[in-house]
Design a protein around this ligand. Structure first.
Ligand code: GSH
Length: 212
């Protein structure tokens, strides 16, 4: 029996939900209230000493961190595969680098922009908003170049694409468009948005706080 500990609007938990849906795995969702400090309670810290969601338990196996969880899922439930084959070392490394980039550069920047836009207009740091917008636009340019001649970041759909989805699907609402100047990026986004796993996530009302 799989259990996923997740929190509202958590992009890393959403990565895992997409992977679980792609693999057709059913699971129990346990929502952790971060604002109420539920992630700092002893019973949760026993699952993840860092006190962060997502955590996945699979019977008596406990795995934390979205990247490690998705690799565990791919090892334990290999079909359909979400990582390039072991023999394709270079593509596998590329896939992991894209995932790392999404988690450590793209997602945090979009989250910072959301947080800045959520402030009342008088408190908003407009030059920071502009810097963040430009940084996100640069990532989109980079992805557009990387996607030249490819349907997905690591050729086949993988954890690399999954890592971008949670924040990619919010960009429109933040006034950032992938648009016609980035045809590879636009085609990729459309390919991602039509996947049943992503439609399921959106149907579950998963989003981030709307900017004011
Ligand atoms: N690298 C981790 C990041 C997880 C993370 O930052 N989770 C946030 C919620 S989206 C969290 O639990 N924050 C609570 C805290 O750090 O105290 C992953 O990929 O799972």
């Amino acid at each position: 029996m799989i259990k996923l500990y997740d929190a509202r609007d958590c992009p890393y938990g959403q990565k895992v939900r997409i992977a679980l849906a792609e693999k057709g795995l059913s699971y129990e969702l346990v929502m952790v209230d971060l604002a109420a400090g539920e992630n700092r309670r002893a019973e949760f810290l026993r699952l993840n000493p860092y006190g962060r969601v997502p955590v996945l338990t699979d019977d008596d196996v406990v795995v934390y961190d979205s990247t490690i969880i998705n690799e565990y899922l791919d090892d334990e439930y290999p079909t359909p595969s979400l990582l390039p084959r072991v023999e394709s070392s270079a593509t596998r490394a590329l896939c992991r680098m894209f995932e790392d980039f999404a988690d450590n550069s793209f997602t945090p920047q979009v989250d910072q922009l959301i947080a800045e836009l959520a402030k009342p207009e008088v408190e908003r740091d407009t030059s920071r908003v502009q810097r963040l917008r430009q940084a996100i636009e640069r990532v989109l340019d980079y992805l557009n170049r990387q996607l030249q001649g490819r349907h997905f970041l690591a050729d086949e759909f993988s954890v690399a694409d999954i890592a971008f989805i949670p924040r990619l699907m919010l960009l429109n609402g933040l006034g950032i468009e992938i648009s016609a100047t980035r045809p590879n990026g636009t085609a990729w986004l459309n390919r991602l948005l039509e996947r049943p796993s992503v439609l399921e996530l959106r149907g579950a009302g998963v989003s981030a706080p709307a900017p004011t």
